[in-house]
Design a binder for this molecule. Structure first.
Ligand code: HEC
Ligand code: HEC
Length: 227
């Protein structure tokens, strides 16, 4: 009897962990397949209007308060990877979680097309559409006071990865930051430091932890104004 109880006590949490972690991993892998297929921009636009526009706004410029990031002009790889991480629970985003799962992506196409598309195809289509949009600079900005300091710090510590023009690098899945909402960028400092983006680039994480928010503020301000 005692042995049974002990076995259950040990095995139950272990198997629950396995199930939830296993599912998250699988969800992520399914979505990552989208990296290998070609997206259809026109179809992506239709699906975006159905599934994403309520939060990320028309033309994917994000909301004026910076709660929802701009997605316009972001690299396809970045969109796909971030979606996979959100759906898989590797990036904590409770607001968007229900809209990022493979099931939600498929169901968003059920009314649009005669046959629902696979989640992999849906994601590739949306990513192709988003990458094709021009980056808007009508996003939230910081105080604009010490932009030269922000520029200097960005060019010495960040531009090696994110590019001097802030456009990131498609092949390496490094996000474009130019024109992004200042409020969103500032929030990401806390998000990274709290460990809520579990697949974050370790080099960048160390770099951010070593800098103060007052130092990073002007960098984000500078980026939000970059065309
Ligand atoms: C209910 C609101 C909501 C809906 C609907 C929604 N999102 Fe989001 N999305 C968010 C929020 C909030 C964030 C930012 C979370 C944070 O601050 O980390 C986000 C972040 C993202 C990011 C990460 C951006 C980056 O720069 O890393 C991507 C990619 C994204 N959303 C794509 C989509 C797509 C594609 C859809 C439609 C299938 C969608 N979202 C639907 C709320 C939403
Ligand atoms: C070693 C390469 C590297 C360096 C250096 C680097 N980053 Fe990043 N950064 C990345 C990668 C890769 C991502 C996307 C995936 C992740 O790590 O979350 C990212 C993501 C980000 C994001 C989130 C973007 C979004 O859309 O959510 C911000 C903000 C950011 N970086 C700012 C900075 C700043 C500011 C610096 C300099 C202080 C910096 N990065 C230096 C590689 C780097």
């Amino acid at each position: 009897m005692k042995v049974w109880c002990l076995a259950i006590l040990v095995l139950l949490p272990l198997s629950l962990f396995q199930i939830s972690y296993g599912n998250a991993y699988e969800e992520k892998q399914i979505l990552l397949k989208a990296l290998k297929i070609k997206g259809d921009i026109q179809r992506g636009a239709l699906i975006y209007e159905e599934a994403c526009v309520a939060c990320h706004y028309e033309n994917a410029v994000g909301d004026p308060a910076g709660t929802f990031p701009q997605l316009a002009g972001q690299h396809e790889n970045v969109i796909i990877k971030q979606m996979a991480e959100i759906a898989g629970g590797f990036r904590v985003n409770l607001t968007m979680l229900p809209y990022s799962t493979t099931k939600a992506l498929v169901s968003s196409t059920e009314d649009l097309f005669k046959h629902p598309l696979t989640s992999t195809q849906v994601l590739a289509d949306i990513a192709a559409y988003l990458a094709s949009l021009p980056i808007s600079i009508n996003t939230t900005k910081g105080p604009g006071k010490i932009l030269d300091k922000g520029k200097k710090l960005f060019e010495s510590r960040c531009s090696k990865c994110h590019g001097v023009n802030g456009k990131g690098k498609a092949v390496a899945s490094i996000p474009a930051l130019a024109g992004q909402n200042y409020n969103y960028l500032m929030r990401q400092i806390d998000v990274y430091n709290k460990g809520s983006r579990k697949k974050a680039n370790p080099v960048m994480l160390r770099l951010m932890k070593g800098l103060k928010k007052v130092e990073l503020g002007p960098v984000m301000d500078y980026l939000s104004r970059m065309k």
